[in-house]
Design a protein around this ligand. Structure first.
Ligand SMILES: Nc1ncnc2c1ncn2[C@@H]1O[C@H](COP(=O)(O)OP(=O)(O)OP(=O)(O)O)[C@@H](O)[C@H]1O
Ligand SMILES: O=P(O)(O)OC[C@H]1O[C@H](OP(=O)(O)OP(=O)(O)O)[C@H](O)[C@@H]1O
Ligand SMILES: [Mg+2]
Length: 285
């Protein structure tokens, strides 16, 4: 039976959450220590544990059918590999940073400067688009140390909380791109694997929607129902059930995380009482 070959990071920032996502998709992987290849027990899938930086080439060559990878790495490798789904974790940005004490005016600051980075193509393309020429130094890790040891005048690296920059006396001055983990697809994938990938992506979307949604139950006097319904988005429209107490109803709906508190405030103002909020494990639309 044909199996979908998926690459995930062997170890590092993406590993845990990639495994967790597959688990929440109901896919159980026999994850032995130091195992570089594993077969899923209950889904036609083979998992290859690889270095994040090597994955784009494997996708390009069709050695794997799909991968969970940082979007920034796909951009850096310039292979024009499509991604089919953003996954909502490992959110970060690729930014230019300079020593705190330097005064920054505009991008021309970087003209003729030495920039240490693990993302040379990303930096070069960005500076080229701004007509700036700099001297790039390729470093594979601990990039933020470079200006402090006289190796460079500036850096370009991944920033998330900003704490590594802060600890190394650097300040972020330009965000070149924003990134998160994505599900990427090999340009060489065959039809059968493509079908399996679609099934996987359907499960992933259900998990992701569940993660960002909350199930809300509330009580309201019947005369307030119209106003409350107009506030609630719901999947189609809210569910209304009568309470044992005459003149009152229970209203059930689904709220999105980003607008959640705003809507809860409006519901309270409109007369909602006893508001219960429950997590949603999966959401199939
Ligand atoms: N501090 C961070 N916060 C959020 N996401 C990050 C952070 N650092 C890296 N990432 C994301 O996770 C990906 C993997 O980063 P990580 O440092 O684990 O591996 P790597 O050194 O880039 O790759 P390799 O697996 O080839 O060693 C990055 O490409 C980026 O998309
Ligand atoms: O803004 P922050 O939250 O501090 O995160 C940014 C840091 O995280 C990553 O490094 P990582 O810890 O993966 O080490 P590495 O340089 O060895 O990849 C990245 O390269 C930055 O150094
Ligand atoms: Mg890293």
């Amino acid at each position: 039976m044909k199996k979908l070959r998926i690459a995930i990071q062997k170890s590092g920032r993406l590993h845990e959450e990639s495994i967790q996502l597959l688990k929440e998709c109901g896919i159980s992987i026999d994850n032995g220590k130091d195992q570089l290849k594993a077969t899923a027990k209950n889904f036609p899938m083979e998992v290859y544990y690889l270095r994040n930086g090597d994955i784009p080439k494997y996708l390009l060559d069709g050695v794997v059918d799909c991968a969970i990878i940082g979007e920034n790495v796909l951009i850096e490798k310039e292979y024009d590999i499509p991604f089919i789904q953003k996954l909502g974790f490992s959110k970060c940005r690729v930014s230019l940073a300079i020593p705190k004490g330097e005064s920054y005016t505009d991008i021309n600051f970087f003209n003729t400067k030495r920039i240490a980075t693990s993302y040379p193509n990303t930096v070069r393309n960005y500076l080229k688009s701004k007509n700036v020429t700099a001297d790039l130094h390729l470093i594979n890790g601990s990039v933020e140390i470079a200006p402090n040891i006289g190796l460079s005048d500036a850096i370009c690296d991944i920033v998330s909380s900003g704490s590594t920059l802060f600890k190394n006396n650097l300040k972020e001055v330009v965000t070149i791109l924003k990134s998160e983990a994505v599900l990427a697809k090999s340009p060489d994938i065959d039809a059968i694997s493509s079908d399996i990938l679609e099934k996987l992506n359907f499960r992933i979307q259900s998990v992701l929607m569940g993660r960002t949604s909350k199930y809300v139950l509330l009580n309201a006097p019947n005369e307030k129902l119209n106003e409350i319904i107009s506030i609630l988005p719901g999947m189609r429209s809210p569910t209304i059930l009568p309470l044992a107490e005459e003149g009152w109803s229970s209203v059930h709906s689904v709220l999105q995380q980003d607008t959640f508190w705003e809507i809860i405030d409006q519901l309270k103002m409109a007369g909602a009482e006893g508001i219960l909020v429950c997590p949603i494990e999966k959401m199939v639309v």
